[in-house]
Design a binder for this molecule. Structure first.
Ligand SMILES: [Zn+2]
Length: 257
């Protein structure tokens, strides 16, 4: 009987030593306080002995007790492995915020142009949720929201040509796309949630900077009246085209920068 107990505790100790998931205290107990990361590594050998509990005078019963903790390892091992997997999963998660990285570097890369602020009335840029790159159910906010009263006049910020007018009831609502007339790269300006019946221009028409094109509304998926404004460099949903953070440009037009 005594023999089998001894054999069992030896087996448990062996398991405890070999198990990677051994709790730090148990590992210290079986390895003499040399567990990596434990305080024993930074303290003197004397205190390590007391911290680790592996004092030379430890009885087999005490060892068996600490090994008994290790004996529960079959249940601990998978947990430790899961932790490792979580770390691996956490890396891509950590990259998710990096999708907002283009927000910061893009303004200096793209630059801003002279023009007129598109909302001709009192406005605010809203909070973080109104920003380019803010999270939305199923997608990322591709523009800047400018909150203003329904009916506030909207003007073309630069001279250009109206290239698109449409109605997307579940999303953009009534919206317009104006292509800037600049001779450089293609730059499209998108105006969404327009007030029903307020659109004054049609595709193919040229507009001058400051010319009214519509009014602020809340058509489509909008919780209240506001202009959802996008700037696309390289063409709106065109091959190679991409939206940029419109806030620096809006701030310039508003005289805030
Ligand atoms: Zn928006």
């Amino acid at each position: 009987m005594a023999r089998s107990i001894r054999a069992t505790s030896l087996l448990l100790i062996a398991l405890g030593v070999a198990a990677p998931g051994l709790p730090a205290t148990a590992a210290a107990a079986t390895s003499g306080g040399a567990a990596p990361g434990s305080e024993a590594t930074t303290t003197t050998p004397t205190s390590a002995g007391s911290v680790g509990g592996a004092a030379p005078g430890a009885t087999p019963a005490q060892r068996a007790t600490s090994a008994g903790v290790g004996g529960a390892l079959p249940g601990h091992k998978p947990k430790r492995r899961k932790v490792v997997r979580r770390k691996a999963v956490a890396r891509p998660k950590a990259r998710k915020p990096a999708t907002q990285k283009p927000v910061t570097p893009q303004p200096p890369q793209v630059g801003t142009v002279a023009g007129v602020f598109p909302v001709q009335g009192p406005f605010t840029f809203g909070g973080e949720g109104a920003r380019f790159g803010a999270g939305r159910p199923g997608h990322i906010h591709q523009g800047q929201d400018v909150v203003a009263a329904s009916g506030t006049p909207l003007v073309a910020p630069v001279a250009g040509t109206v290239t698109w007018k449409a109605n997307q009831p579940g999303g953009a609502g009534i919206y317009l796309v104006v292509r800037g007339a600049g001779s450089g790269e293609v730059r499209d300006y998108v105006f969404m949630h327009l007030l029903r019946g307020s659109v004054l221009v049609a595709p193919g028409e040229t507009v001058r900077a400051g010319q009214q094109i519509a009014q602020v509304g809340a058509t489509g998926d909008a919780s209240g009246p506001h202009l959802h404004f996008e700037i696309w460099v390289g063409g709106w949903y065109a091959r190679g085209g991409a939206p940029i953070d419109p806030l620096p440009q809006l701030q310039r037009w508003a005289g805030l920068s």
